[in-house]
Design a binder for this molecule. Structure first.
Ligand code: 5GP
Ligand code: 5GP
Length: 231
């Protein structure tokens, strides 16, 4: 087979907090399988280059970044869409479907079919990995199961709440303590403007075997104090 896998340095395993995904002006929709659990859900496993200091660093290279600039920047920071001729086949992940429905649900107001979300992530990111279709999804599920972020945060007293706020540093410390490795954190804004913990980016070695400390800092729109809204 033609190898479409590109050189890259590490993966981000990105998980989204459903309470934060939904509490935005845009809102969310539940998948056709029903309301997901109040648990982090997988967004994707993303091959990445380590040479970009931050995801936006190359923006400052150009005076007035336009579309071309953005495309160039993204190409430099990570590979994507490495093989559009290899769409995700349901047969390749048949044994994982139940686990995927539970752990990788779609919340976007699109088709309501989580398979469409998985297909998109496979096409954009998975085709640049060396993992193959089954391996891509099995690897992602494996890390999520091995490091239960919802439980790790709860153990540190960080539980979903619509009025509590938590120090960003305690969230980072809890993840470091609970997984052994540093992760990056991304925040978003709720309908009332609150700063919410939106996504956790754990870093995985390029073989897809072990967590590593995240090699790049991320300015993820957080503030010193953040919320973890109920879902
Ligand atoms: P946004 O700009 O909305 O944060 O991200 C849009 C999309 O760009 C993400 O869903 C993901 O597919 C891709 N993306 C954003 N940041 C990264 C990154 O650091 N690495 C990789 N590989 N993809 C990213
Ligand atoms: P990315 O942001 O990874 O490049 O692309 C995500 C794509 O999957 C978008 O087209 C988005 O609409 C779709 N999508 C479907 N369900 C979800 C979801 O639950 N979360 C996110 N972030 N994107 C979703």
């Amino acid at each position: 087979a033609v190898s479409s896998a590109e050189e890259f340095d590490f993966f981000y395993l990105v998980q989204q907090w459903p309470g934060s995904f939904c509490d935005t002006k845009k809102g969310c929709c539940f998948p056709d399988t029903g309301k997901p659990a109040a648990d982090f859900g997988i967004h994707g496993l993303w091959p990445n280059y380590a040479k970009c200091k931050t995801r936006h660093d190359l923006l400052v290279d150009g005076a007035a970044p336009g579309l071309e600039m953005v495309t160039k920047r993204k190409k430099k920071c990570w590979p994507e869409f490495c093989n559009n001729g290899e769409p995700l086949k349901i047969a390749a992940i048949a044994d994982l479907l139940k686990q995927l429905e539970a752990n990788w649900p779609t919340l976007a107001c699109k088709s309501g079919k989580s398979f469409d979300f998985w297909s998109q992530e496979w096409k954009k990111h998975g085709t640049c990995s060396d993992l193959g279709q089954h391996g891509y999804f099995a690897t992602s599920l494996g890390f999520k199961a091995q490091y239960n972020l919802t439980a790790i945060l709860a153990d540190a007293g960080i539980v979903p709440s619509d009025d509590k706020t938590y120090f960003l540093s305690s969230i980072k410390d809890a993840i470091k303590e609970g997984t052994g490795f540093t992760a990056n954190i991304e925040c978003n804004r709720g309908v009332a403007g609150e700063t919410q913990l939106f996504q956790v980016y754990q870093c995985v070695d390029r073989a897809g075997e072990n967590l590593i400390d995240c090699p790049l800092p991320m300015t993820g729109n957080c503030k010193d104090r953040v919320q973890l809204p109920a879902f």
